[in-house]
Structures are given as C-alpha cells and as structure tokens.
Write a protein that binds this ligand. Structure first.
Ligand code: TYM
Length: 345
C-alpha cells in the first residue's frame, strides 16, 4: 500500500521569529493544508539543545503556535502541537541514534557551524539533533517536508536513516505484514521551492537571516512594528545600480537579489515578474514599495499573533488537541517499530 501523502514541518522556539522563517517555512505551510494531511510542530525539544531560559522557551513556544494560526493555518485542518507533548518523538529518536552512523552525523554542516571552535563543550543533544529531526518526520511516515534551504542536509540524513532502517530490518518489516520492498518508512521528499528559500541578512547579502544575528537592523522580526520594518528596509545595504530587467542580472548582486526575492515571495510572484515591473528603476522607488508590501503582509499577522499569545487558555486547548491527534498517528507507528526492532511487548 503506498504511503498516505502527509506533510510535516517544525520550527524551534529558540528566538523571535523572523522573515526568513515566515517566507522559507510558515507562509508555504498554509496552502499545503488544502491538499495534504498536514502536521506542524513547535519543536521545543530541539530548542533545548542549546541553553534556553525556561520562561523564554515557553513564551516562544506560544509565539510560534500563534504565528502558525495568525498566518492562516487552521487548527481544525492542520495538526498543530508542541513536540514534547508527544513522547514518542524521543523514543524513536533513540532508535535512530542507533541506526545513524557517527560519520553521517559528523558531516552535518549546521552542527559544525553551531559548535564552531567549541565542539568539546556543546551538548550531546546538539550533535544528535538531526536524528531527532528524522524521528519527528518519520514518526508520522511523512512523505513531504517544507523547509528553507538550510535544512536540506538534515532531510538527506532523514532519507539515509529511513533507507538504513528499511534495509536492516527488511525481514522483520515483511514479517509484520508490511511490503518489504516499499519499506516501513517512506523516503521523504524535501519540499523546497519558491523565491525565498534562503532569505539573507539585510546588512550582508552573503549571510543568512537568522534568529541569532547580533545586528538588529539585519533582521525583520514578525513582531516588528510597521515603522521599524520600513526603517530596516530603507536602511538595507544595496549597491548603487538600478534593478535589472531579468533574474540573470541579479546573479552577482546578492543584496539586490535578496530584496527582489523577498518582494517576490511576499507578493506570490516570480522574480522575473517583479523585475518586469521594476527593471531599470532605482532603490528610491523599489525600497518604499517593498516596505509598503512587507508592512501590509506582516502587520496583520503580528496583530493576530499578539491577540492569540495573550489568550493562553485557547492556545493550551489548541496545542493539547493537536497533541492528541498527533499521538493517534504516532502511537501505532511506534508499536510497529518496537515489534520490528525486537522489543518484547
Ligand atoms: P529553524 O527553527 O531554524 O527554522 C524554521 C524554518 O525556517 C527556515 N528558515 C529560513 N528559510 C529561509 N531563509 C532563512 N534565512 C531561514 N531561516 C530559517 C528553516 O529552513 C526552517 O524550515 N531543524 C529545524 C526544525 C525542525 C524541523 C523538524 C523542520 C525540527 N524537526 C522536522 C522540519 C521537519 C530548525 O532548526 O528550523
């Protein structure tokens, strides 16, 4: 039997949400709920791989769940929950720790970037992080995962773990009534298309926009007020040239490319389409238009986020209901996994 088309994605509550999270992930989650079973998680267990103040962790968890809903996710259509409420994530990740190889994990560039010079002193959890991510995805036998470009390598690892599990336990998979050729876990597809899969810093077009940038002017946060968004866009670093008429003309101009990509993603247009309107024009025209567009999209989301975050009762109810529905999918999968690996039940 082929796998049910099912989409899973998650965001870490480890800082304020920014435009990269919105365009690379959240905004793309919304239309998928019309065509797929969709599960969107606030991955709090991932967040604690680096130190989090518990109060901040709680606040950011609510903030991300609120951002999901404020951006158009419907908690009746999509399953929205926080990871730690479904303990099966931790259990499957342990099994995957025993499937994944040290060599695979050592090649993860995000670990190398985060650990830097300090690799002896980071948590063991930070090293094992991609194995928990594979568990998040495969616990629901998810077939597609929408993420920004920076998560591609983790998705490749997820596929490697699924393949090795399917191979190592082939006999038991067949013995438990599954099609051994198809495998127990699907080979999940990375859903990563669109103009803004890698939103860059507004101060340096070669650096990714991230939750942890030291310069506040480089990052547009989801909760920024309208005048601050406008100020950040107007002060964004650019070159002095006018905009080209085709995407090819942006190839050696990272800052220009970034701003045009942001415009395209915010207006659901292609880069070429945006350039057909703005090609030949200077920044004096483009930046105010971008600022106006960004404010018109982000401000209503921020207003709704603030309202939802203050309604803790409603948020707790949504997260508990999502966790119940997530568990209903996860528990039977885990039952099968336990039998397949040989745990006595
Ligand atoms: P996180 O929390 O760092 O980022 C959440 C999502 O935002 C995307 N993103 C960006 N997209 C475009 N431009 C940017 N500058 C940018 N910055 C972040 C990320 O690609 C991601 O889609 N490991 C994941 C969380 C996770 C997960 C999962 C995702 C845990 N389990 C299972 C998918 C499926 C992470 O740290 O994302």
């Amino acid at each position: 039997m082929p796998f049910t088309p099912r989409v899973f994605s998650g965001i870490k509550p480890s800082g304020d949400l920014h435009l990269g999270n919105y365009l690379g992930a959240i905004r793309r989650f919304v239309p998928l709920q019309e065509t797929h079973e969709t599960i969107y998680c606030v991955v709090d267990m991932h967040a604690i791989t680096v130190w989090q103040d518990p109060e901040d962790l709680r606040r950011w968890t609510y903030e991300i769940a609120a951002a999901y809903i404020a951006s158009g996710l419907d908690p009746k259509k999509s399953i929205i929950f926080n990871q730690s409420q479904v303990v099966e994530h931790a259990e499957l990740s342990w099994i995957f720790n025993c499937v994944a190889r040290m060599g695979w994990m050592s090649r993860m560039t995000q670990f190398k970037d985060k650990a830097g010079e300090n690799s002896e002193n980071v948590s063991l959890g930070l090293f094992a992080y991609p194995s928990l991510m594979a568990a998040d995805i495969l616990l629901y036998k998810s077939t597609g995962v929408p993420v920004g470009d920076d998560q591609r390598q983790h998705l490749e690892l997820t596929r490697d773990i699924a393949k090795k599990f399917n191979h190592d336990f082939k006999k038991q998979i067949a013995g438990n009534g599954f099609d051994a050729d198809e495998g127990f876990f699907p080979i999940t597809e990375t859903l990563s298309t669109g103009p803004a899969m890698r939103v860059m810093s507004l101060r340096d077009g070669t650096k990714k926009m991230s939750k942890s940038d030291a310069s506040d002017m480089s990052t547009i946060y989801m909760m920024d007020e309208a005048d601050l968004i406008t100020k950040k866009i107007k002060k964004a670093t650019t070159d002095p040239e006018p905009l080209p008429s085709e995407a090819k003309g942006l190839e050696t101009r990272p800052e220009a490319q970034n701003l045009v990509a942001i415009f395209a993603a915010l207006s659901d247009r292609s880069v070429d389409d945006v350039l057909s309107e703005y090609g030949g024009q200077g920044w004096g025209k483009f930046k105010p238009a971008l600022a106006e567009l960004a404010v018109s999209v982000l401000s209503p989301v921020a207003t709704e986020m603030r309202r939802l975050v203050d309604d803790r009762g409603e948020m707790d109810r949504i997260l508990a209901d999502g966790a119940d529905r997530a568990r209903a999918i996860a528990q039977p999968v885990m039952e099968d996994v336990r039998r397949i690996v040989g745990f006595v039940r």
